[in-house]
Design a protein around this ligand. Structure first.
Ligand code: GDP
Length: 195
């Protein structure tokens, strides 16, 4: 049966490993630098305006949010990274939570949002490495495509592929959360991941 991406409900936030969900359903973990548009991408996926909070105080949310997709899989919204103005305590909390989640074996598929305009940052590279270490397939979403000239698209995608050292089975989806470009491909890929 096709997955109904409009059937989505917020389940819980986890601020520590004891709150992780461990019920065996697939977990698609969404990660990205603060402000890259992760919330906007999630809202586009589930066709809601304000499901994941857009522009919610960057870096201030050291928690993992679980959304149940059509009763079949979790869309897991990981806290954003790379926001300069966070305290060391906050960064440490973020690191401990992420380390625990990545080591938990609960991730079945990684989804990383990057900015289509720029070469991925060192933090993006580290995040990709974390996903590689889980052994899960990784789907990279190059967001804000609407801000590129047509001639810039292919070279930028190539730079992203190379900088993140994407493996042959990893997919890169050009996307615009603002315009909806790439939505069909992203939904297809997510659905294939859930199986
Ligand atoms: P998050 O911090 O990664 O969750 O990012 P948000 O979803 O809050 O988006 C950050 C900012 O980028 C907001 O002002 C969004 O409107 C904007 N934004 C997100 N996606 C796109 C996109 O595809 N194109 C453009 N032009 N702006 C976007």
């Amino acid at each position: 049966m096709p997955l109904n991406f409009n059937r989505v409900e917020f389940i819980r936030s986890a601020a520590s490993p004891r709150d992780f969900l461990r019920d065996g359903l697939p977990q698609l973990a969404f990660a990205g630098r603060s402000n890259v548009g992760k919330s906007s991408v999630i809202n586009r996926v589930v066709s809601r305006k304000n499901f994941a909070r857009v522009g919610a105080s960057p870096g201030k949310t050291s928690q993992i949010n679980y959304f149940l997709l059509d009763g079949r899989a979790y869309l897991v919204d990981l806290p954003g990274y790379g926001y300069a103005k966070v305290s060391k305590a906050e960064r440490d909390r973020w690191g401990a939570l992420m380390e625990a989640y990545f080591a938990s074996g609960l991730i079945t598929h990684g989804v990383m949002i990057v900015d289509a305009r720029h070469k991925p940052t060192a933090d993006d590279g580290t995040m990709a490495e974390w996903f590689f270490q889980t052994g899960c397939p990784l789907l990279v979403v190059a967001n804000k495509l609407d801000k590129l000239k047509k001639s810039e698209v292919e070279p930028n995608l190539q730079t992203i592929r190379e900088t993140l050292s994407l493996r042959s089975g990893d997919h890169l989806v050009p996307f615009s959360a603002e315009k909806g470009t790439g939505k069909e491909e992203l939904l297809e890929r997510l659905e294939a991941a859930i199986g």
